[in-house]
Design a protein around this ligand. Structure first.
Ligand SMILES: [Zn+2]
Length: 325
């Protein structure tokens, strides 16, 4: 090795080391700081998290996942998840640029969730509720057959237990990979809401950033009381699609929670900080819950019928196998 070679090698090593060091610094900065999308302020992540994921400078509400929402909204440790055995399948064998099966797999890896909604029983200031909390991080919170089924079951659980139902939405709309099956969930969840209504049970919806498409067009906007979180974008079709269709530009606050409040499409506009207290007050105001027993009985009969038919089906399948054997 000549002296020149030795110097060259040393320089290369130094550059590589510096690059590695820089990458590490950048990474730790990325983990500690975030930038507010609204006011561009550099914020300590911890400050934002301590402030319920709201910018301490301009009050911008960051998008949060279902886990954080559950933590913020319900009494500590009170959320008991249910219907975790309902898992997505790929009945149409759908494939676009990627197969639906692969998309489901990567969504699970990314979010550690089985679907775009978490349902269960929880408490708000001691009041029992049945709850459905959507998660936008799982395939854009899209509503496929599992999301529809879980939300419907949560509503049936509310009926059975005679407790109020709360749905927190965050969705881009229907899940296109399930085609008509996902559109059917709009009718299904709406029917479940109708039953809650018939029984006289309280149903509150909380629309969060963003709520669009089939979710807006079904159970999200069918609440007895519709609450929207400050700054949330809520609509059916997206802004660009509407502008292209009507060939007009829309006001800058179009499809925001504030805009919908101004035009009477929601009942309450709430900051994240006030959300729990607002719902808690509503629950206490509507107590005692007077429930029509007739409807509860009817729903019970239907769900029992469903289970017996399902059981019969499995029995007959088993018989078939035996015959074949
Ligand atoms: Zn800000």
């Amino acid at each position: 090795m000549t002296i020149k070679d030795w110097f060259n090698k040393r320089k290369e090593l130094q550059i590589a080391h510096r690059e590695l060091e820089e990458a590490q610094i950048d990474d730790s900065i990325g983990k500690l700081w975030i930038k507010c999308y609204n006011c561009n302020a550099q914020l300590l992540k911890k400050d934002v998290e301590d402030n319920l994921d709201v910018c301490p400078q301009c009050n911008y509400h960051f998008r949060i996942n279902s886990e954080k929402r559950i933590q913020q909204l319900f009494d500590e440790g009170s959320f008991k998840e249910m219907f975790t055995d309902v898992l997505p399948t790929d009945p149409l064998n759908f494939e676009d640029t990627e197969t639906y099966k692969n998309r489901l797999k990567s969504a699970k890896e990314k979010t550690n969730l089985n679907e775009a909604v978490k349902c269960g029983e929880a408490k708000i200031d001691g009041e029992r509720v049945s709850a459905a909390v959507m998660d936008f991080e799982y395939m854009g919170g899209s509503m496929g057959s599992v999301v529809g089924e879980k939300i419907t079951r949560a509503m049936e659980y509310a009926l059975q237990e005679k407790i109020p139902m709360i749905a927190v939405t965050a969705s881009g709309g229907a899940r296109m990979q399930e085609s008509a099956l996902s559109l059917m969930q709009m009718a299904k969840t709406s029917c479940a809401v109708a039953r809650l209504n018939e029984a006289g049970l309280l149903y509150i919806t909380v629309l969060t950033e963003p709520t669009f498409g089939g979710v807006t067009a079904s159970f999200a906007t069918l609440g007895d009381i519709i609450i929207a979180e400050q700054g949330a974008r809520i609509g059916f079709a997206g802004r660009r699609v509407i502008e292209q269709t009507i060939k007009q530009s829309l006001p800058s606050d179009f499809q925001t929670a504030e805009y919908l409040m101004k035009y009477g499409q929601i009942d309450i506009l709430s900051t994240r900080k006030d959300l729990k207290a607002t719902i808690s007050n509503l629950l206490k105001l509507h107590k005692p819950y007077v429930v029509k027993e007739e409807t509860v009985k009817k729903v019970k009969e239907v769900s029992e019928k469903k289970t017996t038919t399902a059981k019969k089906k499995t029995v007959s399948k088993k018989k078939k196998v035996k015959v074949e054997a």
